[in-house]
Design a protein around this ligand. Structure first.
Ligand SMILES: NC(=O)c1ccc[n+]([C@@H]2O[C@H](COP(=O)([O-])OP(=O)(O)OC[C@H]3O[C@@H](n4cnc5c(N)ncnc54)[C@H](OP(=O)(O)O)[C@@H]3O)[C@@H](O)[C@H]2O)c1
Length: 283
């Protein structure tokens, strides 16, 4: 594959895309960024931003002309509407790198693997060359605590002891960059995590140390958290899945992989490093 072929980045303005687009651009790889609103995208100069909406497959198809590889994420808890988008991608591109989740299990029915398993299945069936980035929880999820931290210095959340291997979004972008621009990653499901286990209570403590303010974790009963999460996420099954997962990892921490280092040659960033990068969000 010629690295000067054009790459379409879906989710270019998101947590991962904000790191991936500059990596590609600085390496001289032609990038086209898909966004619902190019005027507000704020992408590096020289990067081509095109209007497109995943709920409108024709708009995605237009963005695919002349593209050889696609960075794909599906920012919804439902796979409804994904099939025509994946088919359009496969008509134009040779390679797809898709942001999946490390909860996906091989050898079980796709429906048991949530939206991520269903999109993986669509991509596999489409015939395009694929790499799946099966990411664990993103450290950016803790930005949900930012307002509580800024205003009260307390995080009220369930499962203080949930032991997580949260990953820095820049590490997912670094792996995506390799998978998009190098050969040798096709047909691989890369399980990506941070380099260490940090409980939720320790995440709060570390954020406090980084911003120079002692913070407290206030354990929230599951039912209270469930109501708030359903109001925010909309999908009760996804909420129950997340709560069950956090309950289970109090006793048995999430896995830690070394895939980021194996693929990029650099160890995955720690949660403390992530907190430094986002200190302004919590101050
Ligand atoms: N958070 C986790 O712990 C976790 C774990 C595993 C996997 N994931 C997966 O990671 C993905 C999220 O990645 P992220 O954090 O980098 O993204 P993000 O920061 O949540 O941003 C969402 C991106 O999707 C784009 N987008 C949203 N709706 C769109 C639509 N209808 N059409 C076109 N683009 C649309 C947005 O672009 P515009 O607003 O510019 O249009 C934005 O760039 C999700 O698919 C999720 O399933 C997350």
């Amino acid at each position: 594959m010629n690295t000067t072929d054009k790459i379409l980045v879906i989710g270019a303005t998101g947590n991962i895309g904000r790191h991936l687009v500059p990596l590609l651009d600085e390496a001289g790889v032609p990038v086209r960024a898909l966004t619902r609103d190019p005027s507000r995208a704020g992408l590096p100069g020289g990067v081509e931003a095109v209007r497109g909406d995943l709920t409108d497959p024709e708009s995605v198809e237009k963005a695919l002309h002349g593209v050889s590889s696609v960075f794909l994420l599906w920012p919804s808890f439902s796979a409804a509407g994904a099939e025509p988008v994946v088919e359009a991608i496969a008509r134009h591109a040779r390679r797809v790198v898709y942001v999946s989740a490390f909860s996906v299990r091989d050898g079980v029915d796709a429906a048991q693997n949530g939206v991520w398993g269903q999109i993986e299945e669509l991509v596999r069936r489409s015939g395009v060359e694929w790499t799946f980035l099966r990411a664990g929880g993103f450290a950016t999820n803790t930005l949900n605590w930012a307002e509580q931290i800024r205003t009260r210095g307390v995080v009220r959340a369930p499962y203080a002891g949930a032991a997580r291997s949260l990953i820095h979004e820049a590490d997912i972008a670094a792996v995506a960059f390799r998978a998009l621009t190098e050969d040798g990653h096709a047909g691989r499901s890369l399980v990506l995590t941070g380099p260490e286990i940090v409980t939720q209570a320790d995440q709060v403590r570390i954020i406090g140390e980084v911003i120079g303010r002692p913070l407290r974790f206030d354990e929230q009963p599951r039912e209270e958290a469930r109501e708030e999460m359903i109001a925010a996420w909309g999908d009760p099954a996804t909420v129950d899945g997340a709560l069950d997962h956090w309950a289970s990892i109090v006793a048995e921490p999430e896995p830690v992989t070394t895939t980021v280092e194996e693929v990029t040659g650099r160890p995955a960033r720690t949660f403390r490093a992530w907190a430094h990068d986002h200190a302004a969000d919590f101050r």
